[in-house]
Design a protein around this ligand. Structure first.
Ligand SMILES: NC(=O)NC(NC(N)=O)C(=O)[O-]
Ligand SMILES: [Zn+2]
Ligand SMILES: [Zn+2]
Length: 430
């Protein structure tokens, strides 16, 4: 058992305080007037934040650097190189005017945890790696999990030339402009990393179950599945003054009916299904023109894959019916299909043991949000730790988590990483 240096409990609280300070500093990258944070993949604020993470990791004594698509890894090398490494981290990107904890908390807590473990116990047996994934949200390009998808081999680089943001900039152009070009550069890591022992992610809950149940730590049982689509509605644009109502093919009126039926069908389906239209755009919208073209997004989630698929088919059939009746056409493109993924029981039990050791009230719960852990779950033992979100708010400048809860999560993460790096699980073949 690795020997804990004297006063390492004081050291742990020092690192905890530093973690809070680092989190505040990170939120300055992409901070906007509304108090939110916007760090979209490959933009300047995103690049500055990732560069800052590399510097912080190096200051913590980790071997840190970028991979070919802009993920940042900070390695704490183990003495047993044949033991599969354990990764711990989250994502650095945000939604537009999002909060300062979603993703960022997991990135900062993970690197500070490795910094503490190195300072308190030296080299682990098993290599531990903190990671800041370049993109998880899907908020700039119509895809998500670009970072963890690169590492797990489910986001082929060819995709980069095929998708573009709302300004028509392809992911490949944006990647190259930010200085990354995985299509040609030598890779620091193989595109699909085979040698991974496990993945642990700490994240804010983004819901209100922990607060409602008065718990400090959530142990995630499973991550919800999600299907994301873009729907193009086409009618015919015409003069707003001279076109009689009965002769219109109004794409916006049609889309509005489709949005309303989406909500109605989701309510009828009941929990845990959720369906959201997050973005709707009237192409060439002008006040005195009957809209001819509208694009909107669909985000459908469920904990059960067949139920999610069935709902999606039923909904798209209904949208077709509405289009037919109104003389419109619709075209749908599926941008993302991530099945629900269960977290690994024995890792969850380790988190539970850490909560008991720390005296933190805890409970098991599913995640209604997607996470990078969703991509690791099918290929290696994966687990998630949640901390409460005040009023369950997220993807908003109002996103907030109490410092005590951030610290409780940090201590829990440290304890679990200690077990897998130095303690009872360090020699286990994961
Ligand atoms: N933690 C997240 O907010 N994840 C989000 N992003 C993805 N990819 O699911 C989401 O919408 O749930
Ligand atoms: Zn998010
Ligand atoms: Zn997130």
């Amino acid at each position: 058992m690795a020997k804990r240096v004297p006063n390492s409990l004081d050291l742990l609280s020092q690192f905890g305080e530093r973690m809070l300070a680092e989190l505040e500093e990170l939120s300055s990258y992409g901070a906007n007037a509304e108090g939110g944070v916007t760090r979209l993949l490959y933009t300047e604020p995103w690049l500055m934040a990732q560069r800052a993470i590399v510097n912080k990791m190096q200051q913590l004594g980790l071997e840190a650097g970028f991979d070919a698509v802009g993920n940042v890894f900070g390695k704490l090398p183990g003495s047993q190189p044949d033991a599969k490494p354990l990764l711990t981290g989250s994502h650095i990107d945000t939604v537009k005017t999002g909060g300062k904890y979603d993703g960022a908390y997991g990135v900062v807590a993970s690197m500070m945890a490795l910094g503490y473990l190195k300072a308190a116990y030296g080299a682990p047996k098993r290599t531990l790696e903190a990671v800041s994934f370049c993109e998880e949200e899907g908020s700039r390009f119509p895809l998500a999990y670009w970072g963890s998808g690169h590492v797990t081999g489910v986001r082929p680089l060819q995709l980069a030339a095929e998708i573009a943001d709302s300004d028509g900039v392809t992911l490949l152009e944006a990647m190259r402009e930010a200085g990354f070009d995985a299509t040609t550069a030598g890779q620091q890591y193989p595109a699909k990393r085979e040698f991974i022992g496990g993945y642990i992610e700490i994240h804010i809950e983004q819901g209100s179950i922990l607060t409602y149940k008065k718990k400090q730590i959530g142990i995630v049982t499973a991550i919800v599945g999600q299907i994301r689509l873009t729907v193009q509605v086409t009618g015919s644009s015409n003069h707003a003054g001279t076109t009689p109502m009965k002769m219109r093919k109004d794409a916006l009126a049609g889309a509005a009916e489709m949005v309303a039926i989406t909500e109605q069908m989701a309510l009828e389906a009941g929990e845990p299904l959720v369906a959201t239209v997050g973005r709707l755009e009237v192409k060439r919208g002008t006040s005195n023109v009957v809209p001819g073209e509208v694009e909107f997004t669909l985000d459908i989630r469920h904990t059960d894959e067949p139920e999610m698929r069935t709902f999606c088919v039923r909904l798209l059939t209904k949208l077709e019916e509405i289009a037919m009746r109104r003389g419109l056409t619709i075209e749908t493109v599926e941008n993302l299909h991530a099945p629900p993924v269960a977290m690994q029981e024995s890792m969850a039990n380790e988190i539970e043991a850490a909560c008991e050791a720390g005296g933190f009230l805890h409970m098991r719960l599913p995640s209604g949000a997607g996470h990078d852990a969703q991509l690791f779950g099918p290929i290696c033992p994966s687990a998630m730790i949640f901390v409460p979100s005040v009023d369950g708010i997220s993807h908003s400048p109002e996103e907030f988590t109490e410092a005590d809860d951030l610290i409780a999560g940090f201590h829990t993460l440290v304890q679990v990483l200690y077990q897998y790096g130095y303690g009872g699980k360090a020699d286990e073949i994961l």
